[in-house]
Structure formats: structure tokens, C-alpha cells
Design a protein around this ligand. Structure first.
Ligand code: FES
Length: 178
């Protein structure tokens, strides 16, 4: 029996989403985004609950959730740092960025710092290949044209609470988070 339930607000959003799509199961992706935002990650009981509300199997929901790197199936840190390692970013130094992040955070890829502040992930293309290397923080905040000095500045800003979303490379250049 699932212990997860939509909040009153999410139930309203769910009902609204149902009016926006021609088929019930088409609501799955937008719904998973909202469940993750509310629950922090896609807990097993949340996946079961979503499946029951959409008349899908839990395996189908888990399959979709695990395909996209923006969905989290495990509890992560407050800031999830995702570094693209595909060809454009790789050629422009993504491996050095990942090595730098591992060094300053003291964790490996796929891990979370003991204080629960940062998780580090190596991910597939983030669709910003012309501005690589690219790192995404949580959902949708992109840092582009990165180098090791910039990622160090970004981590320091996040750690010290000097970061407000969204932040782009221009802000680093302007010195507003450096
Ligand atoms: S290769 Fe890195 S964003 Fe596409």
C-alpha cells in the first residue's frame, strides 16, 4: 500500500493536467516533474501512486523515470551538479571539470556529500553543445563555457548561499557570484 499521496495543491495540478492532454498517460512526464519537486525525489511509493492514478504499471513509470537524467530515483543533495560528458563538452574539458568537482567536494560521481549539500553526476548531452562544457544545477539552471576556476567559484557560491537561480556564465563574468 502506497503511503505517498498528492498534496491538495498537486491534486489540483493533476486534475488540470488531465484537461491539457488527450490521453491520461501523456500526463506522466509533467506529473513526475511535479511529484519530484514536492517529494524531493521519485520515491518507490510515489512511483506506485503515480502509476495507480494513471492506470499504468509501476514498472512502466519507473522505466520512464529512469530514462531521463532530470528525474531522481534516490535521495540527492540540495544541489545536484550534473556535468555533461558527451563529445562537445568532452573535447572542451568536461573530464577536468568532473575531476575538479570530485576533488573539491570529496565525493565520486553518483555520490552525495555527507552534509547533504551536493550530489555529483556525469550525464549525457544537456542540449547546449555550442556552449560546453556545461553543468546543470538541479533542474534547468545551466552554467556554460565552464573551466575549473569557474566551477570552483560556483561551488563556493552554492556552499555559502550566495547563489540565486538562475545563474549563467555572464553572472560569473560580472562578478556577482565570484
Ligand atoms: S555535448 Fe554537452 S551539452 Fe551537448
Amino acid at each position: 500500500m502506497s503511503s505517498y499521496k498528492f498534496s491538495v495543491e498537486l491534486e489540483k495540478k493533476f486534475q488540470w493536467l488531465l484537461t491539457r492532454y488527450p490521453k491520461k498517460d501523456a500526463v506522466l512526464l509533467p506529473l513526475l516533474h511535479r511529484v519530484q519537486a514536492e517529494a524531493g525525489y521519485l520515491r518507490p511509493d510515489a512511483i506506485e501512486y503515480v502509476a495507480s492514478r494513471l492506470s499504468l504499471s509501476p514498472a512502466r513509470v519507473r522505466e520512464v523515470a529512469s530514462f531521463y537524467s532530470m528525474f531522481r530515483l534516490n535521495q540527492k543533495g540540495q544541489y545536484v551538479l550534473q556535468v555533461c560528458h558527451n563529445i562537445s563538452c568532452y573535447l572542451r574539458g568536461s573530464d577536468e571539470l568532473i575531476a575538479k568537482l570530485k576533488n573539491i567536494l570529496g565525493i565520486s560521481e553518483g555520490e552525495t556529500t555527507p552534509d547533504g549539500k551536493f550530489s555529483l553526476e556525469r550525464v549525457e548531452c544537456l542540449a547546449s553543445c555550442d556552449t560546453g562544457p556545461v553543468m546543470q544545477v538541479n533542474e534547468g539552471d545551466y552554467f556554460e563555457n565552464l573551466d575549473t576556476q569557474k566551477v570552483e567559484q560556483i561551488v563556493a557560491a552554492l556552499r555559502e548561499g550566495r547563489w540565486t537561480s538562475p545563474v549563467y556564465d555572464e553572472r560569473i563574468k560580472e562578478g556577482s557570484i565570484a
